[in-house]
Design a protein around this ligand. Structure first.
Ligand SMILES: C[S@@+](CC[C@H](N)C(=O)[O-])C[C@H]1O[C@@H](n2cnc3c(N)ncnc32)[C@H](O)[C@@H]1O
Length: 240
């Protein structure tokens, strides 16, 4: 049973990403010009996505990858380019439609003999067990709004259907980030997101070590991006 705080936050995020910020998010994840602050976020996110993809094999042919909280589908597309069978899921129907449109266009622009697996899009909760089993689950910036205890619970639930690796980001707790979040300057007031929940990396590791569902997973990789207004850490948990 998922906690009340998880369900409440999920519902806020659905409203936020499906309605309030869908256009802001569509623009941030496109090539369209954006402000200086958002440029640093875009550059940091590009760097982070590349690193998360690089923790998986370069050839993902025949591998099932869950893009958990796929947003506008950039990571799904890159994983499919490596041959993966991607299941891309997000709470926000608007973003899933845009992701399907964008990935179709990008695929159409590829040379006809380019490697490309497949992408199946769904609107819903990334924890839905009906999505099936995966070699990898990747959650880029899609768990950062949940309380650390809920985030670790999410990792535990995902792990039940993951054979190899769970790759996810979290917002590291730093004095500067705490201040930035307090001031709330990621986005203008009218389209500000539900709060990000910064977590101390050591505390997160202790929670993970104490989560019985994750007992067969070990930390394999970690990485941090510090790009202006985008400060984010990624971790890979690998099945031992
Ligand atoms: C910050 S965006 C990141 C999107 C994408 N991963 C990227 O990096 O571009 C977070 C996304 O996670 C989705 N999300 C949050 N909680 C989710 C959940 N429980 N199940 C599915 N999607 C979720 C949101 O709807 C939102 O689109």
């Amino acid at each position: 049973m998922q906690t009340l705080s998880y369900r409440q936050r999920r519902s806020e995020l659905q409203t936020y990403f499906d309605r309030t910020a869908s256009e802001t998010w569509a623009r941030l994840t496109s090539d369209a010009p954006v402000s200086g602050i958002r440029r640093t976020v875009r550059a940091g996110r590009d760097r982070m996505r590349a690193q998360m993809l690089d923790w998986m094999p370069a050839d993902l042919s025949g591998k099932r990858v869950l893009d958990a909280g796929c947003g506008t589908g950039a990571l799904s597309f890159e994983a499919a380019r490596r041959g993966a069978e991607v299941v891309a899921i997000d709470l926000a129907e608007t973003l899933v439609s845009l992701a399907a449109e964008r990935t179709n266009e990008m695929r159409a622009a590829l040379p006809s003999d380019a490697r490309y697996g497949s992408i199946q899009f769904h609107v819903g909760d990334m924890l839905d067990p009906a999505l099936g089993r995966f070699d990898y689950a990747v959650a880029m910036d899609s768990m950062i709004h949940y309380k650390p205890a809920d985030m670790v619970d999410m990792l535990g639930r995902l792990s039940a259907n993951v054979e190899r690796g769970i790759i996810f980001t979290f917002a590291p707790r730093t004095p500067a980030l705490t201040l930035m979040h307090a001031v709330g300057r990621f986005f203008p007031r009218q389209d500000r997101a539900p709060a990000i929940e910064p977590v101390d990396a050591g505390e997160l590791r202790r929670h993970i070590a104490a989560e019985p569902a994750l007992s067969s997973f070990r930390e394999q990789n970690s990485f941090r991006v510090d790009s202006g207004f985008y400060v984010s850490s990624a971790m890979e948990l690998r099945k031992a």
